[in-house]
Design a protein around this ligand. Sequence first.
Ligand SMILES: *Cc1c(COP(=O)(O)O)cnc(C)c1O
Length: 940
Amino acid sequence: MTAEQFADRHIGPGRADERRMLQAVGYDSIDELMDAAIPEVIRWHGTLDLPEPAGEREAIAELRALAAGNTVAVSMIGLGYHGTHTPAVIRRNVLENPAWYTAYTPYQPEISQGRLEALLNFQTMVTDLTGLATANASMLDEGTAAAEAMTLARRASRSKSCVYVVDADTLPQTIAVIGSRAEPLGIEVRVLDLDVEELPAEFFGLHLQYPGASGAVREHRDLVEAAHAVGALVTVAADLLALTLLRPPGEIGVDIAAGSTQRFGVPMGFGGPHAGYLAVRSGLERMLPGRLVGVSRDADGNAAYRLALQTREQHIRRERATSNICTAQVLLAVMAGMYAVYHGPDGLRVIAERTRGMAARLAAGLRAGGVQVTDVAFFDTVTAVVPSRAAEVVAAAAERHVNLRLVDADRVGISCDETTTGAHLEAVWAAFGVPVFDGDGDVALPPALRRTSDFLTHPVFRTHHSETAMLRYLRRLADFDYALDRGMIPLGSCTMKLNATTEMEPVSWPEFAHIHPFAPESQTAGYREMIAQLEAWLAEVTGYDAVSVQPNAGSQGELAGLLAIRAYHASRGAGQRDVCLIPSSAHGTNAASAVMAGMRVVVVGCDADGNVDLVDLDAKIDKHRDALAAIMVTYPSTHGVYETGIASLCAKVHDAGGQVYVDGANLNALVGFAKPGRFGADVSHLNLHKTFCIPHGGGGPGVGPVAVRAHLAPFLPGDPGAAHVGGRPAISAAKYGSAGILPIPWAYLRMMGAQGLVRATGVAVLAANYVAARLREHFPVLYAGNKGLVAHECILDLRPLTKATGVSVDDVAKRLIDYGFHAPTMSFPVAGTLMVEPTESEDLAELDRFCDAMIAIRAEIDKVGSGEWPAGDNPLANAPHTAAMVSADEWPHPYSRSVGAYPAGVQRAGRYWPPVRRIDGAYGDRNLVCSCPSPEAFED
Ligand SMILES: *Cc1c(COP(=O)(O)O)cnc(C)c1O
C-alpha cells in the first residue's frame, strides 16, 4: 500500500477489521463471500477498464487542468441563469459545510429542525415574493417546475380541453421541457405569441413568463381573467429578484408560480444544481407536488417543523402520486433562503434596483448611440435590434470576455445582474460600436406593474444582517441537525457513504461554478471533457453503451429511461406497448414515473421470500403480452437481496417483446461484480448521490444519469437549449443537468480505480452481512438470498415484537436518536420494518456502536414486553429525550433520567441533543402552516 491510496481513506474498515467482520459472517475472504452472495448467472469476472487510481493531490491537479479548459466570461446571456455573488459566509458555512451538505432528507424531523427551519424560510421567501399562499421546499429547476405546474393545472382545471397554452416569450428550454412532459400524457402544447395571437376557445392551462425571455414585462391581468373564464389555470414563471420591484403574480389572481432561485446566491454551475420553486394559491396546496415543510407540535406542545402532507407523495401514492419528484434541491434552497435572510427585504430591493439601473443605463447608451432597443417595460434584460449584425455584435462582445444572447440574425439579448459593473456596460457598448454613455437610464416602471406590497416581513429576514449574526444563525441551525459529520446514517436504499472533502472542493472553483449553460462551446471544453470521461466510466461500470447525465435526480433518470423505451417501441411501429410491470416492492418513484411516461402500471407480486413472483410474472406477461412495454425492477431488490431469478425474468420479458429497466439505486452492491447492461437489462438510471458520493444535501442535489444499451441510445435526452431538440426529450432545463456537481463522482471514480471500487462493493456487502449476523438473534432479518446472505442492506423485522409489546418501528427509530444515531429507513419496502445500509465507509467501531445500540434497544423492548415498564410511559415511547425534558424539575416517569438520557454506551460528553420531542405529524396536516410562524409560536 502506498501512502496515496484514497480507497483506504474512503473505506472505513481496515484489513484487521475486515478479518473480524469476515469471521463473524463465516467467510475467509471477501472474494469468497461475494462468490457465495452473487448469483453466478449475473456475475461479471473481468477487471473494470478504468485509469489507474489517482491520489487525492493528483486528482485535484487533473481537475485543475480540466477546469482550466473552461473560460469564465462575464455572462449577460440571461435566459434564467444569472451572475450572482454568493455571500462568503453562506458559501463556507452552508455549501462547503458537511453539517449541511451531508444531511439526509428530513424524514426524521426531530433531528432535522435546522434544515427544516431553513426550508421554511425558503418557502416563506417564495410565497412572499410571488404573493401566493403556499410554496414547496424546492423543485429541480425552472423547466421541470413549469412542467409540474402544467400537470397540476391539468389535475385542478375543470376544463375538458387537452390544450396547454404557452406564451412564446417563455424561456426556450422551459418550452422544451414542457413539451417533453406533455407528449406522453396526451397534452397538446400550443406556443402562441400572445402579443398578437388570440387564446384558443378552450384550454386547461396557460403558461406566462414574467419578465419574458426577451426581457419584456407585460401586464397579464386580462389574460388571467380570460383563462379563468374558460376554467383554465394560469402559471406565471416569475423571476424572484424582479418581484421585489414588480407586482407579484398572486396579486392579479394567478394560480401557480414557478421558477428558479438560482440568482439568490447559487452559482450557475453550467446549468445546475440550483433550486426551482413552485407556489400555489390557496385551495391548491393539497395538489402541490414535491416536499412541503410545515409547522406542527411536539409531545410537549411546542412548535416544531416537519414535512407536511406526505400522503400526496410518490412513496405513499405511487401511480396516483402528484409527481415522481423525490430528491429535490434542498442544499441550494437553503442557500437561496439564506441569501434572502442575509440581505433582507431592503437588501434585495437594493440589488434589484441596481440591476435594473444597469439595464436602464445600458439601454439608454445603446439608444444614444443609435441602436434600436425594443420599446417595452423591462427589468434586467433588453433586446437590441441590429439588422443582420447580431452575430457580429455577439462575437465582438465575446472578444471583450462578455457573453451576450444571440436571439436571431437581427437581435441580441443582454441581461444585467447583481455582478454587472460599469466596465461590463462599456464592453457591451463597444461591441455594438457605440460610445460610452455617462447618463442614467429611465428606471421608472409603469404604475400597473409596480410592486406596492411589503414582503419578507417576518423577523428572520430582518435579524441576521451582520456577518456575525448570520454565522451564528447558520451554526445554531446546523447544531440542531444530525448529519454524517456526527455519525452513521444507515439508511437502506440511500447509500449514505463518505462524501470526501477532496471530491467536494472543485465544486466551488470559479471555472466550474461560474459557467452559463449556454456559454459558447469554446469556453466549456474542460467541462465537456470531464463529462465525456465520466459518462464513459459510468458506461464501463454498468456495462451499457451510452450514458446521459442530464436527469438531475433518480426520478428524472427513470422518466428519461422510460421515455427512451416508449420512443423505441414507437420507432418500431409498436406504439401500442404501454404496460409497465412493476413489482409490489418497488420504490414509489417507479410507478409515478411510469405514469408520467404515459404507461399503465401493472403490479407484479412478490413471493414469500420477497423475490419477484415468477409465476405471477408469467401470468401478467400472458395477460398483457401485446401491450407489454417494460418491466421495472430494482437490482439487488429493494429487499436487499441478490435475486437469482433476475436472468430468467429478463428473458421472459424480452421474449414477450418488452424492455427491461433496472433501477440502479442499489448499484453500490454491484459495482465491479455485475453489470446490469450485461446481465439482461436495457436501461438503468444511477443515483450519483448514492453510489457515487454526491452528498445528499438534506434532500438534494442529486444526479440521476440514464444509461442504455445501444438500441436505446438514439432516444436519450437531447439539448433543451438547442432550437431543435431533435426529437429527443428534454428531461431537465440544461443539457448536462446539474453539471456543477459532476466533479464529485468524477473524483470518486478517478481516485478509487477498478480495485478500489471492487473493494468498496465487497466491504459494503460485508458490512451489511456483519450487521445482519450480529442482529439476527435480536431482530429477525426478513429476507436473504443465496446461503442466507444479504446484499448491501438488510431488513430488520420488528412486526412480531410490535405485536407482542406494542413498541413500534417509530419508537425504535426515535430511541436510536437517544443512542446517537439516525434511524435506518423506516417501513420501506415493508411496513413495520427497518432497512439498514451501513455502506463501506463506516468503520467497525461505528458498526459495532450501532449494533450495540440496537441490541440494547431490544433489551428495552423486552422490559416493556414483560411489564417492567408500562406500555405508554417508557424510554421508547418517550423518545427522543431532550435536554429540557431530562433536566426539568418534574420527572414523572417510571425510569430514571439517566436511563432516558444516557442509555448504555452513550458518552455523556458530546451527546447529540435533539431540540424538540417527538413530533405529531398529523396535527400539522390538520392545521396546515407552511411559512415561518410568528416568534410567539416558540414561546414556552
Ligand atoms: C433513491 C431511489 C430512487 C429515486 O431517486 P431520487 O434521486 O430520490 O429521485 C428510485 N429508486 C430507488 C430504489 C431509490 O432508492
